[in-house]
Design a protein around this ligand. Structure first.
Ligand code: SF4
Length: 431
């Protein structure tokens, strides 16, 4: 039996999807590259905010269209959207053949067993490649769920409380990623820096990262989603001084107004954010800071929004993602008033991103003439595409380099930057 999987949402979802793909291939099913070639298509959904829910539903309906033309096709939908709206989906879209939450392992294993019987048996070995991410990029999920209860966020309800995965289990996953070619490991969870918090042993994350760094072929370790509430300076310094950890500080701030930070239940203040940034800039000379901001949170005044704009001018952020506040039923923030109109949220988003674009353009231009190492993600006749240590896979800036037949995805090469725009750079190889 041939199957395909579409993975939506965040990289943590991608890890779950890779897990499902590995399970199915181990059970004897064959991966194919498009839904059109498949007998079974699985869709791993995202249900985090309104846009994500709409995108998930769009994909469901596209697959059901495909099924109309090919009635034997089976469609399985799982993940966050199902976790949140299982009953509604079952009732409203009965054409979906299989519906299960990812956490509902019983449904998955029943489905897999049934399919494996039809596919002719189990192949016990670990798959030699990954299907949803290039082999040189490894996403390593170290925990499930979140207990921070930011007032706007549905994740603690969808994914449950924070549960760190045992260290030996994480290391086994890291070993599989390395065996399938990972040169960069991106360590992630909803609350990565909180890994040791439930056992009151923050050192545990240091131990994990140190051990992951011992794989000789791993060259970069990237830490994602570090909640600022866990980042005291000694811990931060110890973490980012470990071998192979790149100075890429992915720390979501969400806002800088003290009033809004408190309403968001972020457990940090503007002063703490500024001190943290100053400490990072002073201690790690090559630091690259990524953060996210939410605009249009209920009651966000024009002054509070301007505070964000002033902040990025006074404390430059290297990589910024911004989102309009999404009203999610069941969250404490959904009860707050006044709500900001959609048109106003878009205006604020545009204004913030335009300000950031100008800053980013300036910063990129200053790189011209400088030399750096990049990791190649793509190599074909149209050229090479790579990233610096300051750029996460499929999230941040790309570096474009003329084609070179001796370079493959997963290679690290040295380049000199020759051109820049706000988000991407051009470069030539230097030997
Ligand atoms: S840290 Fe806050 S925003 Fe992030 S998943 Fe947890 S509750 Fe949601």
């Amino acid at each position: 039996m041939k199957f395909h999987l579409i993975s939506l949402g965040c990289p943590k979802n991608t890890v779950d999807s890779e897990d499902v793909v590995a399970t199915l291939t181990r059970q004897g099913l064959t991966w194919v590259g498009t839904p059109e070639q498949a007998d079974l298509v699985l869709l791993n959904t995202c249900g985090f905010i309104r846009d994500a829910k709409e995108e998930s539903l769009r994909h469901v309906f596209q697959l059901l269209e495909l099924k109309k033309a090919r009635p034997r096709l089976r469609v399985a939908v799982f993940g966050c959207l199902v976790q949140r709206y299982q009953e509604e989906l079952r009732r409203e879209i009965p054409e979906i053949d299989h519906l299960f939450t990812f956490f509902d392992k019983t449904s998955l294993s029943a489905l897999v067993k049934g399919l494996a019987r039809r596919a002719g048996g189990v192949r016990p070995e670990t798959p030699a490649r990954r299907f949803l991410t290039p082999n040189h990029v490894g996403f390593l999920k170290i925990a499930e769920g979140c207990s921070n209860r930011c007032s706007y966020c549905t994740i603690p309800d969808i994914r449950g409380p924070f549960r760190p995965r045992p260290l030996d289990e994480v290391l086994r996953d890291a070993e599989v990623l390395v065996r399938t070619g990972a040169r960069e490991l991106s360590i992630m969870a909803q609350d990565t820096a909180g890994y040791g918090v439930p056992t009151r042993n923050k050192e545990l994350l240091l131990e994990l990262v140190r051990k992951v760094g011992e794989f000789p072929t791993v060259h970069w370790i990237r830490l994602h989603y570090l909640h600022p509430r866990h980042l005291d300076f000694p811990f931060l310094d110890a973490l980012f001084s470990l071998p192979k950890v790149v100075p890429y500080f992915d720390i979501p701030f969400q806002h800088v107004s003290d009033r809004l930070l408190a309403l968001m239940n972020r457990a940090v203040t503007k002063r703490q954010i500024i001190d943290l940034l100053r400490h990072i800039r002073g201690t790690f000379k090559r630091s690259v800071v990524r953060t996210t901001f939410i605009v249009g949170f209920p009651g966000e005044s024009e002054e509070e929004f301007e505070e964000l704009i002033d902040f990025i001018e006074d404390h430059p952020i290297d990589r910024l993602g911004a989102f309009p506040y999404s009203h999610e039923e069941g969250t404490p923030a959904a009860r707050l008033r006044p709500r900001i109109r959609a048109a106003e949220k878009s205006r604020r988003l545009d204004q913030l991103m335009t300000a950031q674009q100008l800053l980013s353009f300036d910063r990129n231009n200053k790189k011209i003439g400088k030399i750096d190492e990049i990791l190649i993600d793509k190599a074909d006749a149209s050229g090479l595409v790579g990233r610096t240590y300051g750029d996460a896979f499929e999230v941040d800036n790309a570096v474009h380099v003329p084609y070179d037949a001796t370079v493959q995805p997963g290679d690290f090469i040295k380049v000199r930057f020759t051109g820049a725009d706000a988000y991407d750079l051009e470069a030539e190889r230097v030997l």
